[in-house]
Design a protein around this ligand. Structure first.
Ligand code: HEC
Ligand code: HEC
Length: 255
């Protein structure tokens, strides 16, 4: 019982409160508890740094036959430009359309380092994604919004506004209308992407943006889209574009 939110109750809870109507983008950081913020801000306490360090190790590891990431991108990844990293996901027709940071890492890992393929959201890919994204810490998110990306974001926005699952709500219901409202002891935020990959205290795991979206779909009692589906890429791209201008916090700490 406690794990399931009755739809009616949820709606009642959400409809009582006042509607938050300030149009500006706010990081999830502004909605978490003071002690969670303190944990995020302290590199020694922030559990996300375990993933950063694991990613750093993988980045510097030489594969049996092939080159380490570090051999091309620098030991600390210093040859990767933070400004470029802040642009992900990008659109590249030659690479099959939407390219998430983890897709780019995966391709480099296979084609340049000569490693075998890993499934999307594999533990090692998330560690690498966390390490690489952390290189752009403090850089404002800067997803392209024109050109071919315009169409991608339009589709993503449509999906964001569609109702899913047994609770029959859209992403926008919670994250556009009700930020600041409490749900199960948590404050609903704008659902921004600038903190990801982030450490989730609730499940005790690093979570990238796609996984967080999948977790929300589960919360909505909908069937989550697959890790490599076009749907999850469209939603992820749209969510990240809403975060344009917000500083990258990876690794953020979230409940
Ligand atoms: C043999 C050299 C080489 C190795 C090894 C290599 N890369 Fe790359 N990487 C490149 C080149 C060249 C590019 C730029 C061309 C492209 O986008 O594919 C690139 C692009 C990237 C980008 C995109 C940067 C941007 O500005 O958009 C990321 C992220 C990246 N690599 C991560 C990795 C990681 C992580 C590994 C190890 C798993 C790795 N690379 C291994 C050569 C390498
Ligand atoms: C019933 C309400 C609800 C719905 C509907 C919902 N979410 Fe969430 N979402 C939450 C809660 C609660 C959290 C955790 C607290 C927070 O950051 O809002 C969360 C967190 C997030 C976060 C992480 C924000 C951060 O800074 O850590 C993202 C991104 C997100 N949701 C995206 C989505 C997307 C995309 C959809 C639609 C597929 C969706 N959510 C639907 C309730 C909802």
């Amino acid at each position: 019982m406690s794990k399931q939110i009755p739809a009616v109750l949820l709606l009642v809870v959400l409809l009582i409160g006042n509607v938050w109507a300030d149009g500006s983008a706010k990081s999830g950081y502004e909605f978490i508890k003071a002690e969670t913020r303190a944990m995020q801000d302290d590199d020694m306490q922030n559990p996300g740094f375990i993933a950063v360090e694991e990613g750093r190790g993988l980045f510097n590891k030489s594969p049996a036959s092939g080159k380490s990431c570090a051999s091309c991108h620098g030991e600390a990844g210093e040859k990767l430009a933070a400004k470029n990293l802040a642009r992900y996901p990008i659109y590249d027709k030659a690479q099959g359309g939407i390219v998430r940071l983890q897709d780019k890492i995966k391709t480099c890992r296979e084609k340049q380092s000569g490693e075998s393929a890993l499934l999307a959201n594999h533990h090692e890919l998330i560690a690498l994604e966390t390490f690489v994204r952390h290189l752009a810490f403090g850089e404002p998110v800067n997803v392209q919004t024109d050109g071919e990306m315009a169409d991608v974001l339009k589709k993503g926005q449509e999906m964001y506004n569609v109702r899913y699952g047994l609770i029959d709500m859209s992403c926008a219901h919670c994250h556009d209308r009700y930020p600041g409202q409490m749900i199960r002891g948590q404050k609903i935020s704008q659902g921004q992407g600038n903190g990801f990959p982030a450490y989730r205290l609730d499940i005790g795991e690093m979570t990238n943006l796609d996984q967080r979206i999948q977790q929300c779909l589960t919360l909505m009692r909908a069937e989550p889209f697959d890790a490599d589906s076009e749907e999850i890429k469209l939603l992820g791209a749209y969510v990240m574009s809403r975060s344009n201008g917000l500083k990258i916090e990876t690794p953020a700490v979230r409940y």
